[in-house]
Write a protein that binds this ligand. Structure first.
Ligand code: ATP
Length: 512
């Protein structure tokens, strides 16, 4: 665990050192849980967004995109349930003055029971070697049974408290489980209170009667309120989807863990409208499709898992998360929800406008049901960096830090490097770069030794380095070096474009 935390720290400083992510307003000592993306970060982020956008709108002829405004009519958030129910249960430790989400403290306690069980199993497995029968051990070993029973009892109690929004019970669980504050180490807790996560501001001058409006906490509502506009103007037939990428804002209580939990972040959401009664079939289909999208990145299939929700949101009849193994454990990167007809019906009620679909095949009108896929760009960014970051021991005893990013997502696709800074090599390198820059993000670098320049490119995940040497001037060939294998090959300058285009194309990922 300590080792993993170490990796996480290194990742955070790597992000800063190499222009991926900076703390916001850093010269003013930062702003809590707000971050800026640097020159390499923005390229990677744009590529992630492109991968998602194309997977939705190119691969599905019945999915189209929109870009709705962040500001929306305040009644929308009444209709969506966010004004009344977008709350987290918070609890403070009186000694450390630190604030926590009560549900997260209890989830961590559940994870501790799981860990203890796994440790018992690991120990026994080492002791018994080949002869170890894990299932039998789980079913019969007294200590494992005791922990499993405790875990189960806690889980049942926790789910009931969440579903009943029983704040006293959440507090009682924390007391009964003797959960301590990780900072002060004490159990001196306040009661549990609800905290609304929406930011608000005012629109219009006060003299005119300013209106309180919210910064959207999700992009989905912009899709729902445009359902009819898109359906009618695009003559869309159910089933069809609307995709959107945009900023969302949440006043998170516990905003730690770098860009995993931010107060201003970006979402990629797709709402898929289906016939009532067919939603669970589509839910299942999107679950599988989305998991394939993640695994296509090649970061390791074992790093992903589904986690079904214990507590369904007020609007959902099925929900699961796709979790990724971050340096701090398996964490949600995407939610897939079957949202029923809750949102469209509610907007119909609050707006007084009919929001129905006439299904020509059934010859009837109905309120469509919705499957939502909702993923955070920033969490995706973090998972990709965590899955790509690698410290490698080289044969010559040196280490190199390399980001093994999928080439299609790499901020820079190739670096063009003249071997030395004279003899016409820089001019030749510039000429090559000028012929490639229309197709790929290229970087020219002539400073320091070639080895140092390779390392700089490895650290930002550049898949190819092209070195121009004296022979290039006569044989029109260059050395291309592959990031992952560090292998080098000599290729004609004229072949560079098709060779690189093939390797860095998004098609390689989209073909999942
Ligand atoms: P969590 O339980 O971690 O707070 P959530 O279940 O509230 O997340 P959703 O409302 O389902 O999250 O939002 C969909 C996606 O948006 C999440 O899977 C996540 O990738 C992203 N997301 C949500 N909140 C944040 C945040 N504060 N910072 C960064 N990304 C976020």
């Amino acid at each position: 665990m300590a080792q993993q935390e170490d990796v996480f720290k290194k990742l955070v400083s790597h992000c800063k050192e190499y222009g991926f992510v900076f703390p916001s307003s850093e010269i003013y000592d930062g702003l809590g849980a707000v971050y800026d993306y640097g020159q390499n970060g923005v390229e990677l982020k744009n590529n992630i967004k492109r991968y998602w956008w194309d997977s939705m709108t190119l691969l599905n002829e019945n999915v189209v995109g929109i870009d709705s405004a962040i500001f929306m009519h305040p009644t929308i958030w009444k209709a969506s349930g966010h004004v009344d129910a977008f709350n987290d249960p918070l609890i403070d430790n009186k000694d450390s003055k630190k604030r926590y989400r009560a549900d997260v403290l209890i989830e961590e306690q559940l994870a501790k029971y799981d860990d203890t069980i796994e440790k018992e199993i690991e120990k026994a497995s080492k002791r018994f070697g080949e002869a170890f029968d894990e299932q039998k051990f789980r079913e019969t070993h007294p200590r494992v049974l005791e922990y499993a029973a405790k875990r189960e009892a806690l889980h049942t109690r926790f789910v009931r408290a969440l579903n009943d929004t029983n704040l006293e019970e959440l507090q009682q669980i924390i007391i009964d489980e003797a959960i301590v504050c990780p900072v002060s180490g004490t159990r001196n807790w306040t009661e549990v209170r609800q905290f609304n996560l929406m930011f608000s501001t005012e629109m219009g001058s006060t003299a005119d009667g300013a209106m309180k409006i919210y910064l959207r906490p999700e992009t989905a509502q912009g899709i729902f309120v445009n359902f009819l506009n898109v359906q009618k103007s695009g003559r869309m037939k159910i089933p069809f989807g609307i995709a959107q990428i945009g900023k969302a804002f949440r006043n998170e209580i516990v905003a730690r863990q770098f860009i995993f939990r931010m107060r201003e972040f970006e979402q990629m959401e797709m709402q898929f409208f289906v016939r009532p009664g067919e939603e669970l079939k589509w839910f299942d289909q999107w679950k599988q499709t989305r998991m394939r999208w993640h695994k296509a990145l090649g970061l390791g299939d074992h790093k992903y898992r589904f986690h079904d929700h214990d507590k369904l949101a007020h609007y959902a009849n099925a929900a699961t998360d796709i979790e990724f193994e971050m340096p701090f454990g398996f964490k949600e990167v995407e939610g897939i929800h079957s949202r029923t007809d809750f949102d469209l019906s509610s907007h119909e009620k609050y707006s007084g406008k009919k929001i129905r679909y006439f299904d020509p095949e059934l010859n009837q009108s109905y309120t469509p049901y919705v499957i939502e896929t909702s993923i955070g760009v920033d969490r995706m960014f973090l998972s990709i960096l965590a899955g790509s970051y690698c410290e490698e021991q080289l044969a010559d005893g040196e280490t190199r830090v390399v980001l093994r990013l999928p080439p299609a997502l790499a901020p820079v696709k190739l670096a063009v490097l003249p071997l030395i800074k004279k003899d016409g090599l820089p001019e030749k390198a510039r000429e090559i770069m000028n012929s490639l820059k229309f197709d790929f993000q290229c970087q020219y670098d002539e400073k320091d030794s070639i080895g140092k320049r390779y390392r700089r490119q490895d650290a930002i995940g550049t898949p190819y380095c092209v070195t121009v040497d004296h022979d290039t001037l006569t044989d029109h060939r260059v050395t291309i070096r592959h990031r992952d294998t560090m292998e080098q090959e000599r290729v004609p300058v004229a072949d560079l474009n098709p060779l690189i285009a093939d390797k860095v194309s998004l098609k390689n990922l989209l073909n999942y």
